[in-house]
Each structure stands twice: as structure tokens, then as C-alpha cells.
Design a protein. Structure first.
Length: 350
């Protein structure tokens, strides 16, 4: 009787790298980078960081291939590439936030938040952004009131009612509006509202320009979220005799509310930091203007632009502090919207 020997197992099959090996390889990669920096033209933090990542990935892959085999080595290399891509994507965001916090935190004081720039001379270091915060809240708030209902109604029409050539034309116009530069929206409002209709510079004119920029983002994001709602939910509602408009309000929109809210917040985040429309429509004002419908009005982006381009003493510090305040406002709005959406979803489930 002839027996067939089993195929030999791969060398070191089943073994895995100890946990301590990864830090040791990181130290070795750092040493290699130091040697390269001393012997080659390699210099700078960015160059050393790229060299460290490349050397570390090569060492981990080589050691894993020798100990664990080809598959585990390929898996480790793929994981390193994915983690590196995530880190590379987050690096600009973290750098911008960190630098803004470092430069603006020291100037973000209670006096800075509760005073305006009225009476502040070029040699003064005081002054604040209260008038700009008020202007931004009013301008963005009016833009939300204008753009969000129109965007939602347009998205509902395109997804639930629209068909044929008209719906295609609406989609095409929305796609074209998505790529409109912000300064074009400001020029349109300047030519039509400020000059042709002689309404003058105002916060409301800025809101009109911002709503033009918000509208396509709200429409496209809402359209995509509404399309993701399963047709079975609509059919179940229709089977119970519920009319289409009531189905949209009671079934479709609550189901897509989380995605719609995210799209709306993205639109708000985009227009909150726009400067060009405000330059052409609100024009800026150093004192408090409580009414956005008459007279020039300031805003945080416009305030940051004015201070960053000013040669006055302390202007750059005020610009960084205002930039940090603007970021905090956007974060607070986004967090509040997410908490509200989460609460609504929990209530609907219960």
C-alpha cells in the first residue's frame, strides 16, 4: 500500500509578529531617516515624515513576509496604506484647526466677543466682533429661511412628482448652479438688488447672495437622501389610503431627515465663511447694525478679511481670533443639528 505524504507546510506558517516588533521597527525607521538626513539632501519636516512612512512600511512588509508569509505581509501593507491615506486626508484639517486655535485662542476674550469696532483707531489693540457675529447670524439665518424651504420643495418635486423634460431641466439648472463661483452670486445681487432696484447695501442683500449658493447644495443633497428611502415605505402608505403629499410629509421626509440635515449643514458651513458676496452686498460696517434690511452690515468673514489686510496694530490678532470664533460657531451649529436629528430618530423609533 502506497501512502502519499502531505504537502509540506509553508515555512513559519501560523506565526505572527509579536506586538513589540512594530515599535521596534518604528524606532529603526526613525534611525534610518536620521542617517539619510545626515548623508543626503533630505531636509525639512515634510520630507523626513514622508521618508519615515516609506521606510517604516518597507520594514514592516519585509519582516512580515519573512515571518508570516506573503498574505499577511500584503494585508499589513494594505492596512498601512489605508491608515496613511486617512492620516493624509486629516492632516490639512488638523493643521488648520490647530494653527487657528494656537493663534486665535489668546484673543478670544469676553471683551472681544461683546464689543464692536466702533471708535477703535489704527493704533488701538482693543475692539471686538460683536457686530460681526450679529451680522453673520442674521445673514446666514435669512439665507437658511430662503434657501432650505425652496431647496426641499425642489428636491421633493424632482424625486416624487417631476418627470419628463421639466424635471431634467430643473436638474440641469441645479447642477449648473452648484459650480457658480461665490463672487458671481454677489455680482448678480449687486447688479439686480443693490443697483437696479436701488435697495442699497444691506445684510439682506448678502442673505440673497448666500441663499443662491446654498440652494443647489440643499437640492442635490436632499434629492439623494429622498431617493434612498425604500419604495416599500411609500407603497405601504399608499395601500393604507394615505395621499401622496401626506406620505411625503409623514414617511419620506422623516426617514431621510438625518441625511437632509447633514446636507443642509454642509450648505450652511459653505456659506458661513464666504467673503466675496459680503464684500459686494453688505459692504461692511464697524458698528452694531441690528436690522439686516437697511444699511451696511458686517459679518465674520468680512471682518476677518478687513483685519487680515489691514496694517493697523493688532489687526492680525483680531483676524485670527475672529476666525476661531467662526469655526466654533459652525461646529456648534453642526453639533446642534446632529443632536436634534438623533433625538428625532429616537422619538420616531419609540
Amino acid at each position: 500500500m502506497t501512502t502519499v505524504d502531505a504537502a509540506p507546510a509553508p515555512r513559519l506558517a501560523g506565526r505572527s509578529l509579536p506586538t513589540v516588533v512594530t515599535p521596534m521597527l518604528a524606532v529603526a525607521a526613525a534611525g534610518v531617516v536620521l542617517v539619510l538626513a545626515a548623508l543626503t539632501p533630505l531636509a525639512g519636516r515634510a520630507g523626513c515624515l514622508v521618508a519615515f512612512v516609506a521606510v517604516f512600511a518597507g520594514l514592516v512588509t519585509a519582516v512580515s513576509y519573512a515571518v508570516e508569509g506573503r498574505r499577511r505581509a500584503a494585508d499589513r501593507l494594505g492596512r498601512l496604506l489605508i491608515l496613511g491615506s486617512v492620516a493624509l486626508a486629516l492632516l490639512p484639517l488638523v493643521a488648520v484647526l490647530g494653527y487657528t486655535v494656537a493663534r486665535g485662542a489668546k484673543g478670544l476674550t469676553p471683551d472681544f466677543l461683546t464689543h464692536s469696532m466702533r471708535g477703535v483707531g489704527p493704533l488701538d489693540t482693543n475692539g471686538g466682533i460683536y457686530h460681526a457675529i450679529l451680522g453673520t447670524i442674521e445673514q446666514v439665518g435669512l439665507a437658511i429661511v430662503i434657501a432650505v424651504p425652496l431647496g426641499l420643495l425642489t428636491a421633493i418635486y424632482v424625486t416624487e412628482y417631476g418627470s419628463g423634460r421639466l424635471a431634467s431641466v430643473v436638474r440641469f439648472v441645479v447642477d449648473v448652479m452648484t459650480g457658480i463661483p461665490s463672487i458671481v452670486a454677489g455680482l448678480f445681487v449687486l447688479a439686480f438688488w443693490v443697483i437696479a432696484l436701488r435697495q442699497g447695501f444691506s445684510g439682506f442683500a448678502a442673505s440673497l447672495a448666500l441663499s443662491i449658493l446654498m440652494l443647489p447644495v440643499v437640492v442635490r443633497s436632499s434629492e439623494e437622501m429622498i431617493r434612498l428611502v425604500p419604495d416599500s415605505l411609500r407603497e405601504a402608505s399608499y395601500a393604507l389610503g394615505v395621499p401622496r403629499w401626506r406620505t411625503v410629509l409623514s414617511v419620506v421626509l422623516p426617514t431621510a431627515s438625518a441625511g437632509i440635515t447633514t446636507g443642509v449643514m454642509l450648505a450652511i458651513a459653505r456659506v458661513t465663511g464666504e467673503t466675496a458676496p459680503l464684500l459686494l452686498t453688505a459692504f461692511g460696517f464697524d458698528s452694531i447694525r441690528t436690522s439686516p434690511f437697511k444699511g451696511q452690515q458686517s459679518g465674520l468673514p468680512l471682518f476677518i478679511f478687513d483685519q487680515a489686510t489691514s496694517s493697523a496694530r493688532g489687526a492680525v490678532d483680531r483676524a485670527w481670533a475672529a476666525a476661531l470664533a467662526l469655526i466654533l460657531i459652525v461646529v456648534a451649529l453642526y453639533a446642534g443639528a446632529r443632536l436634534l436629528t438623533r433625538r428625532n430618530r429616537l422619538v420616531s423609533r419609540n
